[in-house]
Design a protein around this ligand. Structure first.
Ligand code: ITT
Length: 199
């Protein structure tokens, strides 16, 4: 079965492709499609945005589609950046600018109050509109400065006490073994045999 992976985030794509590499599915990237409809991520929740991305692409391509909406929630910032994680420092902000804004917002906040979580909602949608959600969540703490060069997004600032390093200091497979996205993808993998039978 072919599944379109509806993301233009290269970091996500790499993690998703690795965790589904041994599955009986062929992944199609947005870059391989002739045209991709514009998707406005205006939902209030990760689930709403994931479903919207997947449904838009599934309808346009006629193919089963997987979309990931994810982000960072910081308790001291009232849950921000949340669903706005990709655009925290502005519409076309890159990872470095988003990380800078996060550090600015947390300036002066002590270590004990810098707890955060990564959240992921994966939506698997069929062209007829049927939709399944798979979720994952991982707790950590935001450092005062970045560490490591791996991963993407806020990974250099996201410190895991029990591992003694940031997500950007971990190889991809280790991040996948514990991350919000890894958890959601494993739930998707478990459901895949049943999903394949419904097609
Ligand atoms: P697509 O919508 O095309 O999939 P995107 O980057 O815009 O790509 P989101 O709207 O879901 O995706 O925003 C997710 C943002 O949250 C992402 O850009 C990062 O800034 C952050 N993020 C999510 N998962 C992350 C992870 O595993 N490590 C670091 N940052 C992450």
């Amino acid at each position: 079965m072919k599944i379109v992976v509806a993301t233009s985030n290269a970091g996500k794509l790499k993690e998703i492709a690795r965790l589904l590499a041994d599955q009986p599915v062929e992944l199609i990237n947005l870059a391989d499609l002739d045209s991709v409809p514009e998707i406005v991520e205006d939902g209030d929740t990760f689930a709403a945005n994931a479903e919207k991305k997947a449904l838009t692409v599934a309808r346009a391509t006629g193919q089963p589609t997987l979309a990931d909406d994810s982000g960072l929630t910081v308790a001291a910032l009232g849950g921000a950046p949340g669903v706005h994680s990709a655009r925290y420092a502005g519409e076309n902000a890159d990872d470095a600018a988003n990380n800078r804004r996060l550090l600015q917002e947390l300036e002066g906040v002590p270590e004990s109050e810098r707890s955060a979580a990564f959240v992921c909602d994966l939506a698997f949608v069929l062209p007829d509109g049927r939709c399944w959600h798979f979720t994952g969540k991982m707790a950590g703490r935001i450092l005062n400065e970045g560490r490591g060069t791996g991963g993407f997004g806020y990974d250099p600032l996201f410190y895991l006490e029990e591992h003694g390093c940031t997500l950007a200091e971990m190889p991809l497979d280790r991040k996948n073994a514990i991350s919000h996205r890894g958890q959601a993808l494993r739930r998707f993998r478990e459901a895949l045999p049943k999903l394949l039978r419904t097609l």
